[in-house]
Design a protein around this ligand. Structure first.
Ligand code: NAD
Length: 367
């Protein structure tokens, strides 16, 4: 199959390249001293969750006196009081760089510090969320999550060390990887879609499809872990420039209004949105299918999700049936104008009900 066909050159697009140094490879997180020196930093604040605190301390130890403090209370969705406590720690210790070690929640906490202080972030991701590649921040006050875009929160340096993902359990590996895949898939119909992000997304899908099954089957398989992490970076980079679409809007509604787990929600919803949009986006579908190594995008995604044992029903991750109507209302109010096909409230109600019930999206015979 021809996977290299150029995108239509008649399309008008804007591409904003983002700066940033990326260091990639097994063992790279063991030499953060060099990266801190390159940033000309002398006072490092380490940010982590309680779970990743031992790892963060281990990685910071070689920094010696330059490691001045740790904030290990990072939490999902970056509650405002946590953000303020993290900012206070940075101010109290006169930090001149924030070293974040962890998943999207930790990176998000480091971003909250950078948003108000302008401090550079040295990010060491341990999941496939991809937040370290984007200038997007999020903060939660009560039940309300606010997000925004600000170049100050884009990490200055990112160190991708596949060895740090070896401890990610199979279930989190699967859903986090599919979260990354969602970034790639939506690039093709996002408002900011462009040929550069499309190329990154295709390569990202390929890397994730190559790496995830092996990383789930054997968490210590470093080749598989490296493929998956490369895919996560490419996914985050593609998403950073192009933005998200209907799928991200639906997941944002489900996470924000009902507190559903971020990555698992993405893993469950993605096949349904792809199945909905695919008939109206044949060129995107063909590219996604080819990158998945399959004849059909939806069938390829469902096969990958099944192979890695991803969850298939929103009811299994905390959504109640009596919340479906409201969720459809909220999703209907957030349909992006550029979605490849119109999505009515009834369409979204049907999509959400199917995703709530599971089982996986039905794939037509012979596709
Ligand atoms: P997370 O950071 O909450 O991590 C999930 C769980 O995995 C946590 O319990 C964590 O302690 C654990 N964990 C992390 N790394 C581990 C490892 N290597 N080994 C074992 N356990 C590990 O979740 P996430 O899915 O990485 O990130 C989700 C958050 O990131 C959400 O709040 C989401 O909104 C945000 N996000 C933001 C962007 C952006 O561009 N701003 C992009 C993607 C995600």
């Amino acid at each position: 199959m021809d996977t290299e066909s150029p995108p239509a050159t008649t399309a008008t697009f804007v591409y904003e390249a983002l700066p940033g140094r990326v260091v990639f490879g097994p063992g790279t997180a063991r030499s953060l001293v060099d990266e801190v020196a390159r940033l000309e930093a002398a006072r490092v604040l380490v940010v982590a969750t309680e779970g990743e605190a031992p790892l963060a301390r281990e990685l910071a130890a070689p920094l010696g006196e330059r490691w001045v403090a740790s904030f290990t209370e990072a939490q999902q969705h970056v509650p405002l009081d946590v953000a303020e406590a993290a900012r206070a720690a940075a101010a109290e210790h006169h930090a001149d760089v924030v070293l974040s070690v962890g998943g999207g929640s930790t990176t998000g906490t480091a971003k909250a510090i950078a948003l108000t202080t302008g401090l550079p972030i040295l990010a060491v991701p341990t999941t496939y969320a991809g937040s370290e590649a984007t200038p997007v921040w999020g903060l939660t006050e009560g039940q309300r999550k606010t997000t925004g875009v600000d170049r100050r929160v884009l990490p200055t340096t990112v160190v991708y060390d596949p060895e740090l993902t070896v401890s990610l359990p199979p279930d989190l590996t699967a859903v986090s990887g599919l979260n990354a895949l969602a970034h790639c898939v939506e690039v093709f119909w996002a408002a900011g879609t462009n040929p550069v992000s499309g190329a990154l997304a295709e390569r990202g899908i390929r890397a994730l499809a190559d790496g995830l099954p092996g990383a789930v089957a054997d968490g210590a398989d470093l080749d598989a872990r490296a493929d998956a992490l490369l895919g996560a970076w490419l996914a985050g980079s593609a998403f950073a420039a192009a933005g998200g679409g209907l799928h991200h809007k639906i997941c944002h509604v489900l996470g924000g209004a009902y507190g559903l787990p971020h990555a698992a929600t993405h893993a469950i919803v993605l096949p349904h949105v792809l199945a909905f949009n695919a008939p109206a986006a044949p060129a995107a579908s063909a590219r996604i299918a080819a990158a998945l190594g399959h004849d059909d995008a939806v069938a390829g995604l469902v096969a990958l999700a099944q192979r890695v044992g991803a969850p298939t029903a929103l009811r299994d991750v905390g959504l109640r049936e009596d919340q479906l109507d409201e969720a459809a209302d909220l999703a209907a109010a957030n349909v992006p104008a550029e979605n490849p096909r119109a999505a009515t409230r009834d369409d979204l109600a049907a999509l959400l009900r199917t995703a709530w019930q599971g089982p996986p999206v039905e794939v037509e015979e012979g596709r």
